[in-house]
Design a protein around this ligand. Structure first.
Ligand SMILES: Cc1cc2nc3c(=O)[nH]c(=O)nc-3n(C[C@H](O)[C@H](O)[C@H](O)COP(=O)(O)OP(=O)(O)OC[C@H]3O[C@@H](n4cnc5c(N)ncnc54)[C@H](O)[C@@H]3O)c2cc1C
Length: 331
């Protein structure tokens, strides 16, 4: 069995963490490994994994492959996959790769499965694992069809790091693109509050927008404290549904969107630790914490949901006071 690891390189020419993990997943299948990389340049990334045991390295490089664009990325991935002629193609579930995965599979006449959390070979079969229906059901997939293109989620496989010096066979690809990447407009790195790689998740709940002991709401102070805590810890921000719904109406914290919502109808982030603040810890919210390793919560109510076996530690306290003190100490 020939297995192609397919990935784009990063802006600095290196191989990203998600890609190194996808290579780990591809290597874990056994078989003959081939590496295919595309981007502005690929040699640096190939050297990062030169010792991974790949029989061959293919590359597509050039200025037109520097940024994510469907036409150029799909053409590069297709050329590499055709040159490699692999039965199984393993790529990372980055947004750039996810955008082209289905289209590349179509061009190759391949089947495609995305966002796998497990991939193993046993008795001549490959068994892929992924979650369905917002992480409620875990499914195992086998396919006879080849080629089979899969993307694998970050945080599920050990990264492959094997630096050395790789010999890359460069493929000439002239993509027929109709669009030009003129400029990328993105929020400043510290304005982005969803950080999947952060060690800590801080969840803000509706309590931040409620009347406090003095009978008044302190939403501006809440915003300042939460942003201060994020800045001091570089934690990722999550929220309860109640708070994001209020924010959507312009009534609460301006930096919250539905993307922050954790829970049954929100996201299921993966962080080693989580701290819930002013959040009641109801089941539809806490179900989104299933992959959070260590859970703590701050709530005025000693009887809140977190106290019902859902948190490792519950601080029965005023989150305004605790977070203010915490930010002072961290400074
Ligand atoms: C089908 C369905 C799907 C749902 N999906 C989701 C989902 O995906 N995610 C989600 O979050 N919810 C979801 N919900 C809603 C969920 O049931 C709760 O209504 C919601 O999580 C409550 O949000 P909250 O805890 O922030 O607010 P509240 O229940 O209002 O709790 C606020 C908490 O703040 C505390 N508090 C107030 N002031 C302070 C202070 N100064 N210091 C410390 N604590 C303080 C209070 O004691 C209280 O416990 C869903 C509900 C349904 C029916």
């Amino acid at each position: 069995m020939k297995v192609l690891f397919l990935a784009h390189t990063e802006a600095d020419g290196s191989l990203g963490k998600a890609a190194a993990e996808a290579l780990g997943a591809a290597k874990g299948l056994g078989g003959e490994l081939v590496v295919g990389l595309f981007g502005a340049e690929v040699q640096k990334a190939a050297d990062c994994v030169a010792g991974c045991g790949a029989a061959k390295f293919y590359g597509v490089a050039g200025a037109e492959f520097a940024t994510a664009r469907y036409g150029s990325d799909a053409a590069a991935a297709e050329a590499i996959a055709k040159a490699a002629g692999a039965e199984v193609i393993v790529a990372p579930s980055t947004s750039r790769m996810s955008r082209v995965a289905a289209g590349v599979a179509q061009r190759l006449g391949a089947k495609v499965d995305t966002r796998l959390t497990g991939l193993e070979a046993a008795d001549g079969k490959i068994i892929a694992t992924r979650w369905f229906y917002r992480q409620r059901m875990l499914g195992k997939i086998e396919r006879d069809a080849r080629p089979w293109l899969v993307t694998v989620d970050s945080g599920c496989f050990a990264p492959c790091e094997a630096a050395g010096s790789a010999t890359v066979e460069m493929l000439a690809v002239a993509p027929a693109t109709r669009s030009q990447v003129v400029e990328i407009i993105a929020p400043a790195a510290d304005a982005q509050t969803i950080r999947p790689d952060a060690k800590l998740l801080v969840v803000a709940g509706a309590g931040w927008g409620k009347s406090q002991a003095d009978g008044q709401k302190h939403v501006d102070e809440a915003a300042r404290l939460i942003l201060g805590l994020l800045s001091a810890t570089q934690a990722s921000l999550g929220s309860s549904k109640s708070l994001v719904d209020q924010s959507g109406e312009g009534a609460a914290l301006p930096f919250l969107t539905h993307m922050h919502q954790v829970g049954q109808t929100g996201s299921t982030p993966r962080h080693p630790k989580g701290l819930a603040t002013c959040c009641h810890g109801e089941e539809p919210h806490v179900v989104g914490w299933r992959f959070i390793g260590e859970r703590r919560a701050i709530n005025l109510d000693a009887n809140c949901g977190w106290a019902q076996g859902k948190a490792d530690v519950l601080y029965v306290a005023d989150a305004f006071a605790v977070v203010s003190k915490l930010v002072d100490l961290l400074k």
